[in-house]
Design a protein. Structure first.
Length: 370
């Protein structure tokens, strides 16, 4: 498997279900995003009335009364949709240092708008990137029917880089409706992870999947071969997987950018027979090496777990095996997977290159294994 473009992982502590006020929604390495509370107003005003954080859109800065109205709207969103903009709390200090999250935009066919705002003294430390990557991955897994979008001032290059690193792609320009002058803004959309129906497994899809697999393999990805394997060899392995899809024993999941290119894929191998009817095995997870640094590994993995939860109702447990030496264990662990077995030097790639053969698992519902 090759997930080296996965980026910062995130621990998800909620799956979109109703939660008590104040509960943690997401936790990353440095911050926690929690549901807002009425007593957040002072922090909300402090964070949203600092002109230094509105350098690119000074006319958008709200006053204290508008802040109160917006916080009330955030509380309502969480009450009705169990999702919205959340308070960002620093893990080390416990201080509220920002506001970030997702909100449905009725004006954009129910799309989820990605938003974050951090205290001025916390800018430049990569926290916006860390938060945005976590939030987008969560949305692809838990809210797949809602497109994740963002609108960014075209001159705000830092915010554009943050949105791109979270996986979003600019697809056009739109006026900002909240701006008095309707200033044009860059409009970005997130990629999607979808299953491929058996009827859609055609020659075009095979060509795209084969090209992706060969590129990942030649870049050193752990996808079943050594770099330099011929397209014929890789194609034979791909055809075996696609045959399982046609037989209904495997599910093909594909990650596509908004403009269409296949950027990643993976398989859920299920219907494993007695006594494994409740188990699905993750196979051949890979993302395009040309899209390194775009959070696509995390998005693909999260999207696939969401697919297993929704489309494989008989499956309770997810399993995978990976080749040691590429740092994949830490990524999977922070995405909710636990190591359940390791055979040192269990894989021999060459006469002198031995790797550990590692097994990991997680429950579909995200609860602890034990």
């Amino acid at each position: 498997m090759d997930l080296r473009s996965a980026g910062s992982p995130v621990t998800v502590t909620g799956a979109g279900e109703p939660q008590a006020p104040g509960d943690v929604w997401l936790a990353t390495e440095r911050v926690v995003l929690r549901r807002p509370r009425e007593d957040d107003l002072d922090d909300y005003v402090r964070l949203h009335t600092d002109p230094r954080t509105y350098a690119h859109a000074p006319s958008s800065m709200p006053g204290p009364e508008r802040c109160r109205e917006r916080l009330e709207g955030d509380l309502t969103d969480w009450e009705h949709d169990h999702l919205g903009y959340a308070a960002v709390r620093d893990r080390a200090s416990g201080e509220v240092i920002g506001w970030a999250g997702l909100r449905h935009k009725d004006s954009d066919h129910g799309a989820l708008n990605l938003y974050y705002r951090l205290a001025h003294d916390r800018l430049g430390a990569g926290l916006g990137r860390e938060i945005s990557r976590a939030v987008v991955a969560w949305a692809v897994e838990h809210r797949p029917d809602s497109l994740v979008t963002a609108m960014v001032d075209g001159v705000n290059t830092a915010s554009l880089r943050t949105a791109t690193s979270a996986g979003l792609v600019q697809v056009g320009v739109r006026p900002m409706r909240d701006e008095p002058d309707g200033k044009p803004m860059a409009y970005l959309e997130a990629p999607r992870v979808d299953t491929v129906p058996r009827a859609d497994v055609d020659e075009e899809l095979r060509r795209d999947a084969l090209g992706l697999w060969v590129r990942v393999n030649d870049a050193g990805g752990s996808v079943g071969f050594l770099p330099g394997a011929s397209p014929h060899e890789v194609g034979a392995a791909l055809d075996r997987h696609l045959g399982e899809v046609q037989e209904g024993r495997s599910v093909l999941c594909v990650l596509r950018d908004p403009d269409g290119p296949v950027r990643g894929l993976g398989f859920w191998q299920h219907s494993l027979g007695f006594p494994y009817e409740h188990v699905a095995r993750l196979g051949r997870l890979m993302v395009d090496p040309a899209a390194q640094g775009r959070n696509l590994g995390r998005i693909l993995l999260g999207g696939m777990v969401g697919i297993a939860r929704r489309e494989l109702p008989e499956v309770e447990l997810l399993r995978l095996d990976y080749r040691g030496g590429l740092g994949l264990g830490a990524f999977y662990a922070k995405a909710g997977w636990s190591e359940v077995g390791r055979l040192p030097r269990g894989l021999r790639l060459t006469a002198t290159d031995y790797r550990d053969d590692v097994a990991m698992a997680r429950r579909v519902d995200g609860q602890p294994l034990g």
